[in-house]
Design a protein around this ligand. Sequence first.
Ligand SMILES: Cc1ncc(COP(=O)(O)O)c(C=O)c1O
Length: 356
Amino acid sequence: MNTLPDFPWDKLEPYKERARAHPDGVVDLSIGTPVDPVPPAVREALTAASDSPGYPMTHGTRRLREAAAGWLRRRHEVTVDQRDVLPLIGSKEFVAWLPTYLGAKRVVLPELAYPTYDVGARLAGASTLASDGLLALGPERPDLVWINSPGNPTGRVLPAEHLRKVVAWARERGTVVASDECYIELGWEERPVSILHPDVCGGSHEGLLAVHSLSKRSNLAGYRAGFVTGDPALVKRLLEVRKHAGMIMPAPVQAAMAAALADDGHADEQRELYAARRARLRPALEAAGWRIDHSTAGLYFWASNGEKSWDQVGKLADIGILVAPGEFYGAAGGQHVRIAVTATDERVDAAVRRLQ
Ligand SMILES: Cc1ncc(COP(=O)(O)O)c(C=O)c1O
């Protein structure tokens, strides 16, 4: 097994101390963790299923799988059979283990990326290549390509045309495409499209996996709730391994997730909260000399004032605002910071005042 990287967040600690010293407290915009309540109907479903003495199914209840398929059809024009839905204990564990499940030896990741794609490749003993342009790969035949749209950290949306090219490229080589779509409901200036949309995949899910998370859509990061769907043969293989390995979503969480996927009202309300926070924070950042790149979707501003990323982190820490340095996400992020909009209205307003 390749060695794992140092946990990068430890490097942020001194800046956290600096930001905490602000008389009105820290505004922590460094991590994209939800702060708003879990929707009442979801909590009720969890409670109602709390008497669950028996082992749940790794494949999940039919109700859960149908709720996931229904949500994809309703909101994203994607049709999957409920049998091809596989619950995840949050999407992070799947991102970390997919290369191992596939026996992958060579994995392609986005140039600026959620660090767990790299961790997953290391756990599998696979080598990685960070590249957004597949042409640069020449005749290579990687086992797995990760894409992430809308992307963390940049908030960039990959257009359907680009996704179509990725699918065609991968199918020619027998490469699996895993599309991390955990921010798909959070398009602002652009509408994200799933890899499983018929306009992208031509109606066949062969070689494709779409990974979804309830963490951001339904404030369920604490419940650990996600699912993967796509190529029936691949999902079947993944189900087999996960059965053997005991990767089972708890039954009360299955019930809660089914309730969350069946309801769009709470997700629309949550979207509005994030839209309003973005609308307050963005002009304040721009007026203070920060340029925002990409960021047309998702939960982050990919921002720069032209300095090195750690200097930018320091500058914001001095006014009590904690953000993540772009270099956490790849060498190309050395002149950016990632600013999350997952703070309460009160903390976002505090950040806006401090930027004036
Ligand atoms: C791109 C991306 N993928 C996956 C995850 C993991 O989400 P979860 O494990 O909460 O489903 C995150 C979390 O922030 C993320 O940013």
